[in-house]
Structures are given as structure tokens and as C-alpha cells.
Write a protein that binds this ligand. Structure first.
Ligand code: ADP
Length: 255
């Protein structure tokens, strides 16, 4: 779309860990309504890129702009409030809360993702908030999680836990959702369900960036794919374009 707005612009980003350049002069632009794929061999800088974008790491150099504002070095909770939401490779749900309570925490707009603040607003307070409760029920229903509402995530199959994590990230009301290897550990049927969920998230108006090793999923889901190697963008384009790129084939053979 020619009139699409830019949601994320990363300019000349570098991240150095002692001698190692995890990100090396990386630039990237993502427009509204995209499902952007980020692929590349292990150690190519994909998660580091997410960590810098979401404010967990400070870049050594470069800039991150989110919805037209410079957000470089902003704290993760401020970015979350501004509408950036993410999931992690290793699930980060509140293990002692139920699935529904995990959603209540995310829906509570005045709260942040920081657990210290959630301590200040006990779950009992959120539970009594009928409006939040209704919203949580809607999210549970939308993601097929109603039957698991009263259970702690850690008691559920891994594929369901992954779905809860995405539901929680979306419940926070983001305009940009970063998914870090959401298909890891999922079986074929779960990957198919994940694919539908990601599409419906995008169709609800949320721009999605997805790091994923499952090339089949990336190829079917993303209109545009960015390929990283050695902390740099080595290719970018549509699935067909990227799949046949010599640098991509070489990078994957070396993985
Ligand atoms: P990918 O997600 O593509 O597998 P990462 O972004 O996790 O790659 O890692 C890129 C490089 O940066 C790797 O060599 C990794 O070991 C290194 N790295 C990532 N995070 C840190 C860190 N916190 N401290 C030191 N090195 C790191």
C-alpha cells in the first residue's frame, strides 16, 4: 500500500557485546498492517534486534523510531504503554496466576508489564473490576482459551501456554506486536492454529513482526521477509524473492 504509515523505523543500529557485533549497522522499516518475517541463522542477531527495539538493550549506535517518535533507549514499560507488545522465546507468564488473571493484568491499562507495579495493584482488585473481567472473557473466547481460564498456565500443554502468551500480549492493546519464535516446540496442528491467530491479530489492525525458524510458516504468513546474517540485513523481499537469494541459501546451509 502506497499510503501505508510507517510503524517502525530502525536506522543504522549497532549493538556490541565486548568484541562481538551482534547488530552491525542494521536498518529496517516496517509499515502498518504488515506481518514482517525476520529470519536468519542462529546468532545472526534476531533476538538482539527485538531486545533493542523493545528497550531491553541499549544500542551501541543507531536509532529506533516507533510511530514517528524517536524511542531509542526508552524503558520497556514506556514502550509497552505507547503500544509495543512482545512475546519471548522462553514464555514469561505469571506462573502462579490463572490464565484469566494473566489477561486481567495485561488488560489493566494503568498497570505496566513490571511485576512490582502489579504488586501494588493486587489481582483481587483487578478481579473485582467488572469491565476488565468482561474484556478478559472476550479475549479468552477469541483465542479458544475459555476452558483453561481458571488454570495456571504452567499446568497446560506447551502449545496452549504459547497461545496464552500471545493472547496476553494482544490484550495489552498494542499497535505493534513482536513475536519471538512463536512456533518453537509446536506440533503441525498447533503451527496451523498459530498461523490463523497471527493473521487474525493483523486483521484486527495490529502490525506484526515475527522471528521464526519455521520457514514454511514464515513463507505462508509474511508478505515481506528480512534476512539477517552477522547482525546485518543480507536480503529483504517477498517469500519467493528471499527463498532463492544466494546469500539466504548460503546462510541456511551454514546453520
Ligand atoms: P539470534 O536471535 O539470531 O539467534 P541473538 O540476537 O540471540 O541471535 O545473538 C546474536 C549474537 O549476540 C550471538 O553471538 C550471541 O551470542 C550474542 N549475544 C546476544 N545477547 C548477548 C548478551 N546479552 N551478551 C553477550 N552476547 C550476546
Amino acid at each position: 500500500r502506497a499510503d501505508a504509515e510507517e510503524v517502525l523505523r530502525v536506522t543504522a543500529l549497532s549493538k556490541q557485546f565486548r568484541g562481538l557485533k551482534a547488530l552491525d549497522d542494521l536498518s529496517l522499516t516496517v509499515t502498518e498492517g504488515e506481518i514482517r518475517g525476520i529470519v536468519g541463522p542462529n546468532g545472526s542477531g534476531k533476538t538482539t534486534l527485538f531486545n533493542v527495539i523493545s528497550g531491553l538493550y541499549r544500542p551501541t549506535r543507531g536509532r529506533v523510531e516507533f510511530r514517528g517518535r524517536d524511542v531509542t533507549n526508552q524503558a520497556p514499560y514506556r514502550l509497552a504503554r505507547a503500544g509495543m507488545s512482545r512475546t519471548f522465546q522462553n514464555l514469561r507468564l505469571f506462573g502462579d496466576l490463572t490464565v484469566e488473571e494473566n489477561l486481567l493484568v495485561a488488560l489493566d491499562r494503568s498497570a505496566t508489564v513490571d511485576s512490582w507495579r502489579y504488586v501494588l495493584r493486587p489481582i483481587s482488585v483487578l478481579r473485582r473490576n467488572r469491565d476488565l473481567h468482561r474484556q478478559a472473557r472476550e479475549v479468552l473466547d477469541r483465542y479458544g482459551l475459555t476452558e483453561f481460564a481458571g488454570l495456571p498456565p504452567k499446568s497446560l500443554p506447551y502449545g496452549i501456554q504459547r497461545r496464552v502468551e500471545i493472547a496476553r500480549a494482544v490484550a495489552a492493546g498494542p499497535s505493534l506486536l513482536l513475536l519471538d519464535e512463536p512456533a518453537a516446540g509446536l506440533n503441525g496442528e498447533e503451527v496451523r492454529q498459530l498461523s490463523e491467530i497471527v493473521r487474525s491479530v493483523r486483521d484486527s489492525g495490529i502490525t506484526v513482526i515475527i522471528i521464526e525458524h519455521n520457514m514454511g510458516l514464515v513463507m505462508s504468513l509474511c508478505e515481506r521477509i528480512t534476512v539477517l546474517a552477522g547482525g546485518r540485513v543480507i536480503a529483504e523481499g517477498g517469500p519467493a524473492e528471499v527463498a532463492t537469494h544466494p546469500a539466504v541459501i548460503e546462510a541456511y546451509l551454514g546453520d
